[in-house]
Ligand binder design. Sequence first.
Ligand code: AHM
Ligand code: MG
Length: 290
Amino acid sequence: MQTIIDCFSALGVQIRDLIAQGDTHYTQTQNTSGDIQLALDIQSDQLIAEALLKLPSVKAICSEENGEITPANPQANLLVAYDPIDGSSLLPGNLSVGTIFGIYQDAFEAQNLIASGYILYGLRLEMVTAYRHLEGAFLQRYDLQKQAWSDKETLKLQTQGIINASGGTQKEWTDYHKAMIDELFNCGYRLRYCGGMVPDLHQILLKGGGLFSYPTTAQQPQGKLRKLFEVFPFALIFQQAGGMATDGSQELLSLPTRHIHDTCGCFFGSQKEIQYVYQIYKERQWLPFQ
Ligand code: AHM
Ligand code: MG
């Protein structure tokens, strides 16, 4: 498992360099979700696939940019799901993006997720990892002078935060979702939302808490964010950091996966805010946040 994480540490530096070259042109191709791909989506996807497929511990890989699972070593038991550049539509605007990955044992199922991580291509290069068997989420920064990753720093969420990062199309929100978001603002929460789940969730982790939401709507009844590449990896990170992660009715890491590109509504945050999400989504009406 650690060799896979080390592989992503090295890939992060390469992808950071690729992004810095400044090519933001779109290709003529679409990924499985129907998004038009940037050349960088394809290049970084290939870079990651080539590196992972060389590792003896990897049984198979799947990417947000590909429709199929790619088999590797049949004797191995680790499966890797990754999103090479999440939020790549932000690249032309020179905003931060990230790579997300999840390492699964034997099957691409939430219960089998044994470690996950993300790399943030921001003003600095940073990486956060979490392990199923270890409490905490671990932050590392890339030291440009030493050309090496720093030692790990443990991230821990407080029980309540101050950030409200509310995603999705507002006019499509249910009344009770809107009431919940409004109530948090009325209670003093601040809007911090850039439209990339890696920087948006990273900020909540670094600032000690808050709520990130990307709900289901009538137009997107299964939500937008993908379970294997985006939702489950962040769910593990938030849970191990002392926070919570839900789809509104159950823990994200208890959801089944029927297809590698399955999506769901999702909420990540500190405990108090997620408990409020559970209450609101159970009652489907405004309730005070206390
Ligand atoms: P992508 O993987 O196609 O880049 O989409 C994922 C991104 C997330 O980072 C972000 O939270 C969300 O899409 C925002 O989507 P939208 O702008 O459609 O609301
Ligand atoms: Mg993505």
